[in-house]
Write a protein that binds this ligand. Sequence first.
Ligand code: PHE
Length: 352
Amino acid sequence: MIEKLNAIGGQALNDIENAADLDRLEQVRISILGKKGALSEVLKGLGGVSPQERPVIGGVANDWKRKVEDSLENRRKSLQEIELNRKLQSEKIDISIPSRMPHRGSLHVITQTTRRIVQIFSKIGFDVTTGPEVETEYLNFEAVNIPADHPARDMQDTFFLGPGVVLRTHTSPVQMRAMRRQKAPVRVLCPGAVYRADDDATHSPMFHQIEGLWIDRGVKMSDLKGTLQFLAAELFGKETRIRLRPSYFPFVEPGAEVDVSCFQCRTRVSDTCRVCKGTGWLEILGAGMVHPRLFEMAGYSNGTSGSGELGEWEGYTGFAFGMGVERIAMLLYQIPDLRLLFQGDIRLFSQF
Ligand code: PHE
């Protein structure tokens, strides 16, 4: 029996030493000291041993038990240490790896362009005024001389939110609001989002306009021209020239479309210019002298009838202009596709 115990004990120490990890060590422990373990099995047979031999064998068995337990404990400690080291090694942070730079946000190109234009006009005394995007049909159309049968009021172009309520299709109602509120003088810039039921490569259902309005005694077409020339030079460079082409907008008379000379080829007309497509000019806005009907609609009373005296608002005239911010942003930043402006890709915006 002692030989058997010695064999079991020797084998156990060997197995313990060879246990590669804590799981394996636990298996070894159970196979020796567990209820059905080798050592326990032998001790169960102790009952059949003579009383003289019993203490001797018992002593040997206890010695082995202690040795095995000590050995298990030692091995556990060293395995735990190995495990910990392995973990520390694998979770080590390499502080020498260059860090990833955080993405820096930037203002949207439309915001940047709007701010640039606002800044230019603030130099010549324009205030910024804004109005609601949900607008009455009356202020969006009627009040700015777009009668009910005007094509712009077609359902195709206008988002109706309810009877008499629309998403504004342009920023002109903001001018009408300013005229009603301030009468004169008025020198305002009205930037904001506008909506039209249009969606393709060159149209977005939501886009941005900036309109300007200057009303004072004796404002002339030449003032309009000078103002827009100033804008063009500030925005596209001081050599930039402008030209006005007669055009029609219901809220102005006379009306004009305004081109700037191509900032790329500087009107040295060449078929290869990608910016102006060889025409030398870029259309950027609509403008004109405020239609007399708008003064009426805004409640400027001239009171000239009968009395012969100058009415309160006699001699007041004004000009108005309006531009699409997307178009100007695309020209300034050479963005080829309108839709890029609405995809929110920061890789695009971080370039500007
Ligand atoms: N509101 C016009 C538009 O949406 C722009 C414009 C404003 C044209 C003022 C002329 C004068 O097209």
